[in-house]
Design a protein around this ligand. Sequence first.
Ligand code: UDP
Length: 395
Amino acid sequence: MTKQFNTKNYDYLIVGAGPFGMTFAYEAAKRGKRSLIVEKRSFIGGNTHTHTEEGITVHDFGAHIFHTDNKEVWDYVRQFADFNGFQNQVIANYEGTLYNLPFNMNTFYQMWGTKTPAEAKAKIEEQKEAALKDLGDRQPRNLEEQAISLIGTDIYQKLIKGYTEKQWGRKATELPAFIIKRLPVRFIYDNNYFNHRYQGIPVGGYTQIFENMIDRSNGLIDVLTDTDFFDHKDTFLEEFPRVLYTGMIDQFFDYKFGELEYRSLRFESETLDTDNYQGNAVINYTDAKTPYTRVMEWRHFDGLGDKDKTIITREYPQDWDRSKEAYYPVNNEKNTELYKQYVQEARQNAPEVMFGGRLGKYRYFDMDQVFNDAFNTVRQEFGVAQDFNFAHDKA
Ligand code: UDP
């Protein structure tokens, strides 16, 4: 017997309860529209999901630090949670020697003993010229060329190459240059990992943001967890007039043009009988041999100091296959071309479906970009200039 899902005359089916789907559902609810969200996992929030253990907020899918220059997004998320003032200051451990990240005057001093910006720039220029003789005026063609042209060969060899190649499972020469441009390069003594003006973590974790969206939806959002859209795809598409899909776009079309490539992760957590294991929220292991890329110690994300236990998580990159969660799109040329075919297919054969989020758009979005992109989808769907800030007060 075919199961009926659209029993309440929902306006939208939303596939995936991550930030994109939840934000759209909440904004639709404010406009009187009813959504059913189907989520294959047993919880909401997607990869931002957090839980609390030993009084410590643990991010289940790797460190999520909210950072943005977009005031609209910043005001928006703070409707649903208080944010602490956490600033990410990452330490790199290369074969037992520690360096500050991102690449700044402290790193240059630790690497070369340079004390002024002019000395550091001269060192980088010298290494860049020696390593990239043929670069001239052309743009760097891959991550390795980009990294060397930004910070020279020593830092590339010790802090980038090993980390990047294990993170992505590919040679740095086969990766797009833009990935390394996520990290700031600064000629001041400043270890803030992000350049953004607003930065923090919700006190008590991210999950409350999405719980609050549901609580404030006047009953217009229903969520079915442990429900895989693909187990009932045809029924869903027949029953729902409008669909927002935040899963992998290639899977939506049954991989008909071939698989897009993704990178996956695996996490191993441990509770330890100490109040302070590593003295920092994140330590990156940048050599090629250590199988994990970074170790997070969660208590340092919310600055809570009086417990006798600590929880750490080691993050291991792994190859993606259809049995694993996709974490990162691999936005190289080959995949970008393939993705365009899926976009074309979506336009032609699935006009009732909107695609969103990291997997639906196949883009290496940060959280703030996901919220912003959800706003854009809301604007398109509801057809007018929409105001998002504190809108629940006005509703
Ligand atoms: N990266 C690196 N060394 C580090 C940290 C990052 O080479 O110690 C490079 C690596 O290629 C990584 C990219 O910078 O994929 C972006 O790092 P980010 O911390 O932004 O990655 P995310 O937190 O999104 O995994």
